[in-house]
Design a protein around this ligand. Structure first.
Ligand SMILES: [Ca+2]
Ligand SMILES: [Ca+2]
Length: 395
């Protein structure tokens, strides 16, 4: 209840007034648990970090660090960049497939295979054209070949997964990708078509678990149904733009609610998260959607946000630069223009802090030195800057 009121206060206030005051309004339980680790250093604005504007991209969407410290950045119009942090130079990675750029779609996520240093495989997601103005997310893998002059190419690219069916519209692709325990995980949005999230003939509105080549593991929860149902780990999702495994191996996702009702979910094998049958938000046209507590057979979120935060991206922080954040989730916020810290405690979780960033945050990553890196969204007043957060006071 307290958290909701704080969020409401923040949304109603000018953006500049929110970050510091939210930090100071940390619930008592949080203060008690973390008092020992809390560093003294706070910048004048109340945030424990300094923000450096590093460089700028064209509608950036995702990034991942290479083992050598360079940064792969996707730009939604269909370009992949290689940013050399040490030299402050930007090159291009060619060989990106043609993408459908528009609405929420284009070139999407980029992640490295767990054995990247040996096999040089990268995985990308993007919006792919279909017939009759339809589109759908696709995931491809390719070998990254760097050319020694600051750029490179994707070679031997193969598409290993697609959203089924391709539909009209350009929203809710989600298409985040993640490796864990040798498995490839894909978050597939509902494409703003609602009912497919409950339809096992479709892989929209689902979280999926695949082998690294896109084939379906025989021990998936719906494997015996065959078809795309066999890909499904959990269903009833809306627009899940971030997911991660915590240190104990639990899978968490966040997703944008409709009008209200953004969610943080503990994602459990075979469970149904209820969209569009239930949501703590409602339809944009005002039609109500029954809340989660009316249908206990659907798994309820661990956190819901109204007003929304518009979560875009999710990492678990384990770096040394911000020891007080160790084990926390960090969520980038679009409409909330914020960085939201999530404290996990077993199967529960809560919003521990919210930092006002004054701009729409599209992507969050942890750098090799423990700094936190953010990509601003492009458009809607955000400029696509790459931001680096380091401890306030240089600590
Ligand atoms: Ca990333
Ligand atoms: Ca509702």
């Amino acid at each position: 209840m307290t958290r909701t009121l704080l969020a409401a206060t923040c949304a109603a206030a000018l953006a500049a007034a929110c970050g510091g005051s939210n930090g100071q309004s940390t619930p008592a339980a949080d203060t008690a648990a973390e008092a020992a680790a809390e560093p003294a250093a706070r910048a004048a604005d109340g945030r424990p970090f300094a923000v450096e504007q590093v460089t700028r991209f064209d509608e950036p969407w995702a990034m991942t660090f290479l083992p050598d410290g360079r940064l792969l950045v996707t730009e939604k119009p269909g370009t992949m960049r290689l940013y050399d942090v040490a030299r402050d130079t930007v090159g291009e990675i060619v060989g990106i497939p043609e993408v459908v750029h528009g609405g929420q779609g284009g070139l999407g996520d980029v992640v490295l295979h767990p054995d990247f240093e040996d096999n040089h495989l990268v995985y990308i997601s993007y919006a792919e054209a279909g017939d009759d103005d339809t589109a759908g997310a696709a995931v491809a893998r390719a070998r990254l070949v760097l050319d020694g002059s600051g750029g490179g190419s994707l070679q031997d690219l193969e598409v290993i997964w697609r959203q089924v069916p391709k539909v009209t519209g350009r929203g809710h692709y989600a298409h985040r990708i993640l490796f864990h325990d040798g498995m490839l995980w894909i978050s597939s949005g509902d494409r703003q078509k609602f009912d497919p999230a409950q339809d096992m003939q479709s892989n929209l509105g689902k979280i999926l678990r695949l082998n690294e080549d896109g084939s379906v593991p025989g021990d998936n929860p719906f494997a015996d149904q065959g078809g795309v149902a066999a890909e499904v780990w959990s269903l009833g999702h809306r627009n899940p733009l971030g997911f991660l495994f915590d240190a104990e191996g639990r899978l968490w996702n966040h997703e944008m609610g409709p009008k209200g009702g953004d969610e943080l979910n503990l994602v459990v094998r075979g469970e149904n998260y209820g969209y569009p049958i239930v949501s703590n938000g409602d339809h944009y046209d005002g039609r109500p959607i029954p809340n989660h507590d009316t249908r206990p057979e659907f798994r309820a979120p661990v956190i819901t946000w109204t007003p929304v935060i518009s979560p875009s991206s999710f990492i678990i922080y384990d770096g040394g630069a911000f020891p007080e954040w160790s084990g926390s989730g960090l969520i980038g916020g679009l409409s909330s223009q914020s960085l939201v810290r999530i404290a996990f405690d077993g199967e529960s979780a809560r919003e521990a802090e919210r930092f006002d960033m004054g701009t729409r945050i599209r992507e969050v990553e942890q750098g090799p030195d423990g700094a936190v890196w953010l990509l601003e969204d492009g458009g809607r007043g955000a400029s696509g800057n790459l931001l680096k957060l380091t401890p306030a006071g240089g600590g």
